[in-house]
Design a protein around this ligand. Structure first.
Ligand SMILES: Cc1ncc(COP(=O)(O)O)c(C=O)c1O
Length: 453
């Protein structure tokens, strides 16, 4: 350290940040999801539920990085597995098996319900979903794929085409054979229905449209079991099961994208479990790597056998690599040994209690929803009109961020999405909720007796 930085560490950090941001302005591509400006913070370190920027400012990370550190940042079991891979084998010929890959496939196969058994590994959520869609196309001989209109499945070309919650602007036409279906967004039903009286009008309408548009070559529906990027929207009970039935009636497969929701985060191992169904294909990613990029597509032996015998090949240079698979094995160790579903339920219960107390106080909190470590708060200008409180949500997000609490804003700012890591303590939740309360107080009128709904 120079004398200046010893004497004034804050000034040294500020200079470091200014230097990094100047380089970023010149060299870093700004095509980010939620921010296009060239400002700080610049993150430098992380541990558990906390991250620090180069100014040594501390943040509680209720976004778990990009949701991939939901087991806790820099979990020692994950870092030990990465070190082990560094000392044995990082990368392997992807046409041959390697030890870590077989171990991970066996562990994941044992975790998935029968007959889901055969896994293939990629490096991102988008590539697992692309592989899943290719498998469905090859298996059915069809090519048409549909997804609910609030879905998010990735931002590669193929997955963007079935990502209907946004991010299409400026991208030209979508590949043929991709369709949006009406999502079960019950808080704002697009068909103005109410569950359960609606009898899944969304599905009936969607399949009437699909049946009208099909060229007779349907392949699959891909869906999240709880829509995360679309605004933490939970389908009503029975929806996923009815969707699967309607797919199968048409010879379509059901692909369930568990990349946000799977592996314990909702308080159960997989989101589809509570519906009592077994999808035809499941994808996992995000905290599957404990912070390292690994994803999986898992399907049945019958589907694998048919598509492989008909020439399906899927690989990337780093698919099935020992490094990423070692991280995947370590994340499954953490999920099982630390009982992540149980931790997620505890975290979710405490956050929801605190949010529901705020909801009693503030008219603006229209809906509190989600499960386990994935919680959403929908803000409205008033509960009768349900006009989305987008500016207010953005102001709340900024207030919290400036004061050291990170979470994401969805639906143009009107939904606050909280994804705290499993390491988050009750004390950290309380600090976060206290801050959120102050942020809401700064923009929202309290509920008057007259406005109670
Ligand atoms: C449900 C879901 N599927 C797929 C993806 C895409 O994953 P990746 O960004 O790793 O490609 C995401 C990312 O947020 C996601 O939430």
């Amino acid at each position: 350290m120079s004398q200046t930085s010893d004497a004034n560490p804050q000034a040294a950090n500020a200079a470091k940040e200014a230097d990094l941001l100047a380089k970023a302005a010149q060299y870093s591509f700004r095509a980010r999801m939620d921010k296009k400006t060239n400002e700080g913070p610049v993150f430098e370190r992380a541990s558990g539920s906390v991250v620090w920027d180069v100014n040594a400012k501390e943040y509680l990370d209720f976004n778990s990085g990009q949701m991939c550190s939901a087991l806790g940042h820099n979990h020692p079991t994950i870092t030990a597995a990465i070190k082990m891979a560094c000392e044995t084998m990082l990368h392997a010929h992807s046409s041959h098996y390697n030890v870590q890959e077989i171990t991970l496939a066996s562990r994941l196969g044992a975790l998935m319900p029968d007959p889901l058994q055969k896994s293939l590994f990629g490096e991102s959520g988008a590539d697992a979903n692309e592989m899943a869609m290719m498998i469905a196309r090859k298996y059915t001989g069809g090519y048409e794929i549909a997804s609910p209109h609030i879905s998010f499945h990735g931002l590669s070309d193929a997955t963007r085409a079935v990502t209907f919650s946004g991010w299409h602007a400026g991208h030209g036409h979508l590949p043929g054979g991709t369709f949006a279906i009406v999502a079960p967004y019950c808080y704002r039903c697009p068909l103005s229905q109410t569950f359960p009286g609606c009898e899944f009008a969304c599905l009936k309408t969607s399949f009437a449209l699909l049946d009208a548009q099909t060229t007779g070559r349907p392949a699959a529906v891909i869906t999240e079991p709880l829509f995360s990027a679309g605004g933490v929207i939970e389908p009503p009970p029975g929806w996923l099961k009815a969707l699967q039935q309607m797919c199968h009636q048409r010879g379509m497969l059901l692909i369930v994208d568990e990349e946000q929701t799977g592996l314990g985060k909702l308080g159960q191992m997989f989101g589809f479990e509570s519906e009592g169904i077994v999808p035809d294909i499941v994808t996992v990613a995000k905290h599957f790597g404990g912070g390292v990029g690994v994803s999986a597509v898992t399907t049945t032996a019958a589907i694998e056998d048919k598509v492989v015998s008909e020439g399906y090949a899927a690989t990337h240079s780093h698919a099935n690599d020992p490094l990423i698979c070692a991280a995947g094995i370590a994340s499954l160790d953490v999920i099982e040994q630390e009982d992540i579903p149980q931790k997620a339920r505890k975290i979710g219960k405490h956050i929801r209690e605190r949010l529901e107390a705020l909801q009693q106080r503030y008219e603006m909190i229209g809906d509190v929803r989600g499960r386990g470590q994935l919680i959403g708060v929908e803000l409205v200008r008033d509960r009768h009109s349900k006009e989305p409180a987008t500016d207010e949500g953005r102001a709340i997000g900024k207030y919290c961020f400036d004061n050291g609490l990170i979470f994401s804003l969805r639906r143009n700012g009107s939904v606050l999405r909280l994804v705290p890591p499993a390491t988050t303590t009750e004390g950290q939740i309380d600090s976060a909720m206290d801050l959120l309360g102050k942020a809401i107080e700064s923009v929202a009128p309290k509920r008057g007796a007259a406005s109670a709904v």
